[in-house]
Write a protein that binds this ligand. Structure first.
Ligand SMILES: C[S@@+](CC[C@H](N)C(=O)[O-])C[C@H]1O[C@@H](n2cnc3c(N)ncnc32)[C@H](O)[C@@H]1O
Length: 238
């Protein structure tokens, strides 16, 4: 990781409590839809009791905790020590690890049945490296499930018109920061990438694409267009 990237990510520490509140509220602006999708799909694919799951970019740990309560053996990885401090305060049943998702250098090869990633790929400068690192730590036959903010309908370039529709003003790959001050996105920004890039790079990392989904909005008061995009891919058995 480049020095400026590490410095930028360290700033995520400053938002640990703000993000914790967002998750705890469980409302539509938080990651609840992503959590529900990942839990549902895991349940569809396997009985997770006793299975090894790595939650990449686990944040304050809510998803890891839920999976642990389902009986899985969970490792939560994040680069923000402040977020991990909140997670550690919640449970010692999960193994909390400070590491870079683009390397996962502290985790061994072929150790996990599942890798999950909830709304974090937009935060990393190289999502393909996360896919490759995740592929490395998966057992053959294992799967990765990831969810991102939908780059068409939940992006800085997509504006609701108030009649249930949206106008998309831009779609190119780019780094953006929202206006204002003091918020996560006005401070840290995010990477906007087209869907095709995510899917092609996922397959390029070695995953056999299992399915893709566009998740229903939890809050349909403004429009009903999907707010999240999700994909599942398998590491083929040897
Ligand atoms: C929007 S939060 C999502 C957290 C959690 N997955 C959730 O859904 O609530 C993005 C998280 O990714 C983490 N993150 C960003 N870049 C990372 C990297 N290179 N390695 C590990 N974690 C990273 C941030 O620290 C932050 O906790």
């Amino acid at each position: 990781m480049l020095e400026w990237e590490a410095a930028l990510l360290a700033q995520y520490d400053g938002f640990a409590e703000q993000y914790n509140q967002l998750v705890k509220q469980g409302g539509p602006t938080g990651p609840e839809a992503a959590f529900r999708y990942i839990e549902t799909q895991l349940g569809r694919l396997a009985d997770v009791r006793g299975l090894a799951i790595c939650d990449v970019g686990c944040g304050q740990g809510e998803l890891s905790l839920r999976l642990s309560r389902s009986g899985a053996d969970v490792t939560g990885v994040d680069l923000s020590s402040e977020q991990l401090a909140i997670a550690r305060g919640e449970s010692d049943r999960v193994r909390w690890v400070l590491d870079d998702a683009m390397e996962l250098g502290t985790l061994p090869d072929e150790a996990f049945d599942f890798v999950v990633s909830s709304v974090m790929l937009m935060d990393v400068s190289d999502h393909a490296k996360v896919f490759r690192a995740s592929h490395r730590i998966l057992k053959p036959g294992g799967a990765m499930i990831w969810v991102i903010m939908h780059p068409c309908f939940q992006s800085p370039f997509s504006h609701p018109l108030g009649d249930g529709s949206r106008k998309v003003l831009d779609y190119r790959e780019q780094f953006w920061k929202s206006g204002g001050t003091g918020t996560i996105r006005s401070t840290l920004g995010a990477y906007h990438r087209p869907l095709a890039m995510y899917i092609n790079d996922f397959m390029g990392a070695g995953f056999a694409l299992g399915r893709v989904d566009e998740l229903d909005r939890l809050d349909t008061s403004v429009d009903v267009l999907p707010a999240h995009f999700a994909a599942i891919g398998f590491k083929l058995p040897k």
